[in-house]
Design a protein. Structure first.
Length: 253
């Protein structure tokens, strides 16, 4: 395990040297992958999300995806101006208002800009190769909210969406999109029970509302975890993602 972890860290250093203009392809194989995961980082986390995934999971998150033939991409959010005291700028998927409540207005326009600029080119690539039904989109914190917004923005035939420590605003465009009667991808949600940044109750309220809209969803409380990720949570994300992709992990190892 130590040798594998060292190899993953070495690869991450090499990737950072090659640049991150449209995102890092961390687990690219010579042949087409069996699936793909687009991981949307948290606010300000450009360039460090990969290291966090390695350290939190002891390397297992990326190792299991690689063994299953799943390509992992961690695109960088664009720089945006921030209000005091957070400014002047930081990588963010949408405009930051400072309010992390259910009744805060969703920044739909700026989120859609990021979707069109960053996510659409990746989806176009996969649509012409492995197919969108082999693509998982998920994220952490701000990236988790942005991932849930894929229910509004993205093609409905992606394989699934996961959300770690995120939620949707009450006025989110997702809720109107879910009224169209279309079929939508399944959703996996995880949230720390003592999250002091994005309230656990907000994540649970989003999950409950998704169920009322007919979305196939799971919600996993992580006991005594604040605004963070855990090794067990990341393991559950991989297991669920491989199930949605139709990949048998045992036959891939």
């Amino acid at each position: 395990m130590a040798q594998n972890l060292q190899l993953l860290l070495t690869n991450l250093i090499l990737v950072s040297l090659l640049g991150r203009s449209t995102g890092r392809q961390l687990l690219r194989k010579e042949n087409l992958p069996r699936g793909a995961m687009i991981f949307l980082h948290g606010w300000g986390d450009n360039g460090i999300m990969d290291e966090r995934l390695v350290s939190t999971s002891d390397g297992e998150f990326m190792e299991r995806l690689e063994q299953a033939g799943v390509e992992l991409l961690i695109p960088d959010a664009p720089e945006r101006e921030l209000p005091p005291p957070w400014g002047p700028t930081a990588p963010a998927w949408f405009d930051v208002t400072g309010a992390l409540t259910l009744d805060a207005p969703e920044q739909t326009a700026s989120a859609k800009e990021s979707y069109e600029q960053i996510v659409v080119p990746l989806l176009d690539k996969y649509e012409s190769t492995i197919g969108l039904d082999k693509v998982i989109i998920g994220g952490y914190s701000m990236g988790a909210e942005f991932a849930l917004q894929m229910l509004n923005f993205a093609p409905k035939n992606i394989a699934g969406i996961f959300c770690m420590s995120g939620y949707l605003k009450d006025d989110s465009g997702v809720w109107e999109a879910l009224e169209t009667g279309n079929s939508f991808p399944p959703v996996w949600m995880g949230h720390g029970t003592v999250d002091d940044s994005v309230a656990f109750e907000n994540g649970k309220a989003t999950y409950d509302r998704l169920l009322t809209k007919g979305i196939t969803a799971q919600f996993h409380p992580v006991e005594d975890m604040s605004h963070d990720m855990s090794k067990e949570e990341l393991s559950d994300v991989v297991t669920w993602s491989l199930q949605q992709l139709g990949i048998d992990e045992e036959s891939s190892s």
